[in-house]
Ligand binder design. Structure first.
Ligand SMILES: Nc1ncnc2c1ncn2[C@@H]1O[C@H](COP(=O)(O)OP(=O)(O)OP(=O)(O)O)[C@@H](O)[C@H]1O
Length: 270
């Protein structure tokens, strides 16, 4: 018996919300288990749609999404999702928010408590376990959302512009944090696969081991750039010549896609 290929695979994936007007077309992508991939591209190129398909929230019009060889047919605990706004349950404490998915899975109370405690320590918020989300800063709320997404030990962590609403310093703290989480997310040290959408090319190059650039009209993968920066990556690496070179390359690609999109919009009949 051969074992199923491990990791995430998109095979000829396309999406049309309006028939005949594809948002995404022929997307082929393989993400090895434990890899960290960032998706960048012009606004409206279909980045969130792509993530939504992996999450199982957006059914593809064509092609298929496979996780460890099994076709994704809907949301599941093997994929954790975090959006730009933390969307925590305001009436539940921090610990209760993190425990939500574990309750839904019927994990016994003692095991739940232990897992939640471990996760809150991991995200540096153990002291706020009993607080309501309204008391937390934006960065803290995103940490809780990430802890909640990790609670069921997902195979894949899907991040959709998770730090887009944060100030620059908090954002950098969160970038270091998410890389740390990626490195030691379970007591066993197992690494989740991370797929993150961001508008911020510096963030993409700092975080990812591979950056995927989407083209527009329809969205397709136009480039895949391996980020060969050394590990671990301190913030200072952002000032290195190699980092700046890769960042400029990614920025040029995204800018070219954006301009091509604008030119097509301008040329389209009114
Ligand atoms: N549920 C939906 N129904 C109809 N059209 C949709 C739906 N979701 C997305 N779209 C359209 O699909 C296109 C791609 O949207 P998507 O949000 O995936 O792009 P994006 O690259 O994430 O954009 P941004 O960078 O601005 O967040 C847009 O034209 C959007 O209007």
């Amino acid at each position: 018996m051969t074992s199923a290929p491990s990791g995430l695979r998109l095979e000829g994936v396309g999406k049309e919300f309006v028939p005949g007007r594809p948002v995404l077309q022929d997307v082929d992508l393989s993400v090895a288990s434990g890899d960290f991939v960032c998706v960048v591209g012009a606004s409206g190129s279909g980045k969130s749609t792509l993530l939504g398909m992996v999450a199982g929230l957006v059914p593809p019009t064509s092609g298929r999404v496979l996780l460890d060889g099994r076709e994704v047919a809907g949301p599941g605990p093997d994929r954790g999702l975090v959006f730009q706004t933390a969307s925590l349950y305001p009436w539940r404490t921090v610990a209760q928010n993190v425990a939500f998915g574990l309750e839904a899975l019927g994990v016994p109370r003692a095991a739940r408590r232990e897992r939640v405690r471990w996760l809150l320590d991991e995200v540096g918020l153990g002291h706020l376990a009993g607080a309501l989300p309204g008391r937390l800063s934006g960065g803290q709320q995103q940490r809780v959302a990430i802890a909640r997404a990790l609670a069921c030990a997902p195979r894949v962590l899907l991040l959709d512009e998770p730090f887009g609403a944060l100030d620059v310093q908090t954002k950098e703290d969160m970038q270091l944090f998410v890389r740390q989480v990626w490195q030691d997310v379970t007591p066993a040290g197992e690494r989740p696969t991370v797929v993150m959408v961001t508008h911020d090319t510096e963030e993409a190059v700092f975080l990812a081991r591979r950056v995927i650039v989407l083209s527009s009209d329809p969205g397709r993968i136009s480039q895949e750039i391996a980020i060969g920066l050394p590990e671990p990556r301190p913030l200072e690496i952002k000032r290195s010549a190699e980092f700046l070179r890769i960042r400029a390359e990614v920025e040029d690609l995204v800018r070219a896609e954006h301009r091509a999109h604008q030119a097509r919009v301008a040329a389209a009949p009114a």
